[in-house]
Design a protein around this ligand. Structure first.
Ligand code: DLL
Length: 439
């Protein structure tokens, strides 16, 4: 119990009764603050006849209206700010795929809370003073770079702020600086390891032992690939700009779910159709309330991320609850010939095949007769040059996809290094069905 105990993480081990008291006090305070300062939200509460004084228990949170990404877009840029601009010390923005970015703002105290959560995340991954952490999350408006940066620095570890890109140089610095840990997307780390091999180096020979990987969904199969390729222990770290950024939750050494820093982010799981709150253990959409963020509180924010809450106590001794790894977002889903498909299922199917490479993309097209096609491009590794082996591999992929998804996909084997590598979040799905329609 409490193997990795560090005073930085004291709140991870707080008795649950006390945690609930703290959560309630914080919730009451934040709802009153939001009601007073954010007109859009006050109007919504008024429409429902809900006043801040109605929040008497944690369950009363169900009285409050939800917030969605659309609310952030509709109030662009500062419409959801609940503090004077003179008290806002930092802005971040996430680009999104369509239209205006969403903007988030932080007070000095909000930043302190964010840093403390990031420190707790690093401690859970076994990072501490003496470690040299290469931070390859992008610096800038994206929360990954600066979020991880200040956590590492305040913990007393050494941060190497490489940001994303210039991969060859990153490999060189990793080796020359004796880097012991890395923070980046899982996809970028694989790219780094492969680049090292191209340079005649093997990351397994470097002192690096730990990685905090997140910002995009990844699978258990991908974890095995990463650990095999690099020898690092891979931790899944979760977060989103609307809460703060990285460090909303992380795995501990047990690697069977992500602890949520519940004293700052109050989680709920809802049925995305009916919006009904679901009990622990049931899968649904993750909803968060920031109970200690004042410049821009988010109340019952619908993340679109699909998971369930794990209520059972964790062997690490932490009392804060866990969520299951997030392998899908409700808006990632695509429908092909009537079957719902998530990219992570395709990843699991591909990586279940021995000898596969973790580089793939999914291309959706519509045939002139209206039928949808799914083509999966998979990269072959340099070793697969014999046609027979290639054909065998292709058949194995096809079979694995059909077994897991229940539909047929065209498997296209492409030469090594032809699928573009991402420095940040990977784009896996290319839905060209509209274009095919217009042809
Ligand atoms: O991706 C913050 C972050 C940076 C998290 C670095 C972890 C590490 P956004 O750009 O706002 O923020 O994207 C948030 O990314 O709602 C999830 O859909 C997805 N996501 C983030 N972490 C994970 C993860 C950052 N570990 C959105 N597993 C979230 C699966 C993740 N999905």
């Amino acid at each position: 119990m409490m193997k990795n105990y560090n005073p930085v993480s004291a709140q991870d081990y707080i008795p649950r009764d006390l945690l609930k008291q703290i959560q309630l006090q914080r919730l009451q305070k934040i709802v009153a603050h939001e009601y007073e300062h954010v007109a859009v939200y006050r109007e919504r509460m008024d429409e429902r006849g809900v006043k801040p004084s109605h929040i008497k228990t944690l369950e009363d949170i169900a009285l409050l209206p939800f917030m969605m990404k659309k609310d952030l877009r509709d109030t662009y840029p500062f419409g959801l700010f609940a503090m004077d601009m003179s008290d806002v010390v930092r802005l971040h923005a996430s680009s999104g795929t369509t239209g205006k970015p969403i903007v988030v703002g932080y007070s000095k105290e909000d930043i302190d809370v964010w840093v403390s959560c990031m420190m707790r995340a690093l401690v859970a991954a076994g990072v501490g003073p003496g470690d040299i952490i290469q931070n390859s999350y992008g610096y800038g408006l994206f929360t990954g770079g600066l979020g991880a940066h200040y956590g590492i620095e305040n913990l007393g570890a050494t941060v190497v702020p490489t940001s994303g890109g210039n991969t060859e140089r990153q490999v060189m610095l990793m080796r020359d600086f004796g880097v012991t840990g890395i923070t980046c997307t899982p996809t970028y780390f694989i790219h780094l390891c492969e680049k090292a091999l191209q340079m005649g180096l093997d990351v397994r020979d470097f002192p690096i032992r730990v990685g905090l990987f997140g910002a995009e969904p990844w699978t258990e199969e991908m974890r095995k690939r990463i650990e095999g390729l690099s020898g690092v222990e891979a931790f899944d770290i979760y977060g989103l700009s609307e809460m703060s950024g990285p460090g909303v939750g992380i795995e501990c050494e047990c690697h069977n779910g992500l602890h949520i820093f519940e004293d700052h982010f109050y989680p709920e799981i809802i049925d995305p159709e009916t919006c009904e709150v679901l009990p622990d253990g049931e899968e649904g959409e993750l909803v968060f309330t920031t109970i200690s963020k004042y410049a821009m509180p988010m109340i019952r924010y619908r993340t679109r991320d699909i998971t369930h809450i794990i209520h059972e106590p964790c062997a690490c001794g932490r009392t804060i609850r866990k969520i299951a790894r997030i392998s899908r977002r409700s808006d990632d889903m695509f429908i092909i010939r009537g079957v719902n498909v998530f990219p992570s299922q395709v990843e699991s199917a591909l990586l279940a095949v021995e000898g596969s490479m973790p580089h793939y993309r999914i291309i959706l097209t519509r045939r002139p007769d209206g039928l949808d096609n799914m083509t999966i491009e998979v990269e072959i590794s340099g070793e697969f040059d014999k046609i027979k082996t290639l054909e065998e591999l292709q058949a194995k992929f096809s079979h694995s996809v059909e077994r897991i998804l229940g539909i047929h996909a065209v498997i296209k084997m492409v030469p090594p290094n032809t699928i573009p590598r991402s420095e940040g979040k990977a784009k896996r799905v290319f839905d060209n069905r509209m274009d095919s329609n217009n042809q």
